[in-house]
Design a binder for this molecule. Structure first.
Ligand code: HEC
Ligand code: HEC
Length: 352
C-alpha cells in the first residue's frame, strides 16, 4: 500500500514535470538583422526580445478578424502586404460598419527605426499602437478586454501565448508585444536601390540621373537609407475642411505645427498609392505637381519647399525611374509575413 502511494506521488511528479516543461520551454530567439550601412534601430528589443514563437503569434494576431467587433477587420485588411502593408489603392481606409478612417493607412516597413507613429506622431511606442485601431469606432470598434476574452477561449491562442511568453494568461501588454515582434520584422532592404548600394547591381542612365535629382531636391527630408528623416513638416498642403486634420498641431496644440505631417518613407512608393496623409494624390505625378505648381505656402511651410521645387517634365521622368528602384519585390511577396493558413478572403480584400 505504501509502495503504491509512492508510485502515485511519483506519477504526479512526472505529470507535473511534463506540464512544467511544456509551459516553460524557452522560446527560440530570433535575430534581428541590421542591413549593411543602416543605422542601429531605435526599437527597445531588451524589453521585448524577439522570438520565433512571439513572431508567429504576432503574425496570427495581425491577420485575425477576431480583433475587431464584427470579426471582419484584421490589421491586415488595411495593411496589405502587396502594398508594403499599406491600404493598396485606398485614399482613406474602410473600417467597421462601412465607415471611413480620416487618414491614409501608411506602409508598415522598417518600423524598428521609427521612434513615433502615425502621421502626426501621436503614438510614442509601437507596443501600444494597436490599441488605437482596435478601439477606434471607425476602424475595428472593439475593446481590449473583449478581445482578451475571445482569445482566451481559444486553446490555440493560450498555447501560443504560453510558448511565446511563458504562460497562457493573455493580456493587452502581451498582445502588443507579439504584434510588435511581427511588425519590426517587416524590414524592406532588398530593392534595386539597396543592391546598387551593396555593389550588386547598377542604375541605368535614367535611374542614375533621377538619383542625382533626388539628392538635390528631395533627400533633405526623405533621407537615405530610410528615405525619411522622421521629422514633421508642412509642405504647403491645403487643409481639407471636411477632415479638418491639423496634423502635428493636434498633438502639440502649437500653431507652429499647423498641417505638419510625418515625412513618409519612399521605400516601395510605387505600390503605396494613393499618397499623402489623406491619400489626396493618386499618382506620383500628382505629388510632383504639388511640389512644383500646386503647393500653397503658409508661414510655417518648410523653407525647403515654400518657393516650390522646380521640376521639368524630363526631371519628373528621371525621378520616377529612380523612385521605382525603391520597390522591393522580395519584401512584397515574402511568405514569411503571411500565416500558412491564410487564404485571401473577399471580406479581407476591401475594394471599392
Ligand atoms: C480600418 C483600417 C485600419 C485597420 C483595421 C488597422 N489600421 Fe493601422 N493604420 C491605419 C491608418 C489610417 C493609419 C494612420 C493613422 C494616423 O496617422 O492617425 C494606421 C497606422 C498604423 C501604424 C503606424 C505606422 C507609422 O508609420 O506611423 C501602425 C504601426 C499600424 N497602423 C498597425 C496596425 C495594427 C497592428 C493593426 C491591428 C491591431 C492596425 N494597424 C489596424 C488603418 C488601419
Ligand atoms: C520639406 C521636406 C520635404 C521635401 C524637400 C520633399 N518632401 Fe516629399 N513629403 C514630405 C512630407 C512631410 C510628406 C507628407 C505630406 C502630407 O501628407 O501632408 C511628403 C510626401 C511625399 C510623397 C507621398 C508619399 C506617401 O507615401 O504618401 C512623395 C511620393 C514624396 N513626398 C516625394 C518627394 C519628392 C520626389 C521630393 C523631391 C522632388 C520630395 N518629396 C521633397 C516632405 C518633403
Amino acid at each position: 500500500m505504501k509502495a503504491s502511494r509512492y508510485f502515485f506521488v511519483l506519477l504526479l511528479f512526472i505529470v507535473a514535470g511534463t506540464a512544467f516543461i511544456q509551459v516553460n520551454q524557452p522560446p527560440t530567439p530570433l535575430t534581428f538583422m541590421v542591413p549593411q550601412g543602416w543605422p542601429q534601430p531605435v526599437y527597445d528589443f531588451k524589453s521585448n526580445p524577439l522570438t520565433q514563437e512571439g513572431f508567429e503569434l504576432g503574425k496570427k494576431l495581425f491577420y485575425d478578424g477576431q480583433l475587431s467587433r464584427d470579426g471582419n477587420f484584421a490589421c491586415a485588411s488595411c495593411h496589405q502586404q502587396f502594398g508594403a502593408f499599406n491600404n493598396y489603392d485606398h485614399n482613406l481606409s474602410h473600417g467597421i460598419d462601412n465607415q471611413l478612417t480620416t487618414r491614409n493607412a501608411p506602409s508598415l516597413q522598417n518600423l524598428a527605426w521609427q521612434s513615433n507613429f502615425m502621421w502626426d506622431g501621436s503614438i510614442a511606442h509601437l507596443d501600444q499602437q494597436f490599441i488605437f485601431p482596435l478601439t477606434a469606432k471607425n476602424e475595428m470598434g472593439e475593446t481590449v478586454d473583449s478581445v482578451i476574452k475571445k482569445l482566451s477561449a481559444d486553446t490555440t491562442y493560450t498555447r501560443m501565448f504560453a510558448q511565446a511568453f511563458g504562460n497562457g494568461n493573455i493580456t493587452g501588454q502581451k498582445i502588443g508585444k507579439a504584434l510588435s515582434q511581427f511588425m519590426v520584422m517587416l524590414v524592406s532592404s532588398n530593392s534595386k536601390y539597396d543592391k546598387v548600394k551593396r555593389g550588386q547591381a547598377s542604375f541605368n542612365q535614367s535611374e542614375a540621373l533621377g538619383y542625382d535629382i533626388f539628392k538635390n531636391k528631395c533627400s533633405s527630408c526623405h533621407t537615405e537609407p530610410m528615405f525619411t528623416d522622421n521629422s514633421f513638416r508642412n509642405t504647403g498642403m491645403q487643409l481639407d475642411y471636411s477632415l479638418n486634420d491639423l496634423g502635428r498641431m493636434n498633438v502639440t496644440k502649437d500653431t507652429a505645427d499647423f498641417m505638419k505631417f510625418r515625412v513618409p518613407s519612399l521605400r516601395n512608393v510605387q505600390v503605396t498609392f494613393p499618397y499623402g496623409h489623406d491619400g489626396r494624390f493618386y499618382r506620383l505625378y500628382d505629388v510632383m505637381e504639388h511640389y512644383r505648381n500646386n503647393l500653397v505656402a503658409v508661414p510655417n511651410t518648410d523653407p525647403l519647399v515654400k518657393d516650390k521645387i522646380p521640376l521639368t517634365p524630363y526631371e519628373i521622368g528621371r525621378l520616377t525611374a529612380f523612385l521605382n528602384t525603391l520597390t522591393d519585390s522580395s519584401f512584397l511577396t515574402n511568405r514569411m509575413f503571411v500565416p500558412d493558413s491564410f487564404i485571401i478572403s473577399p471580406s479581407l480584400m476591401h475594394t471599392h
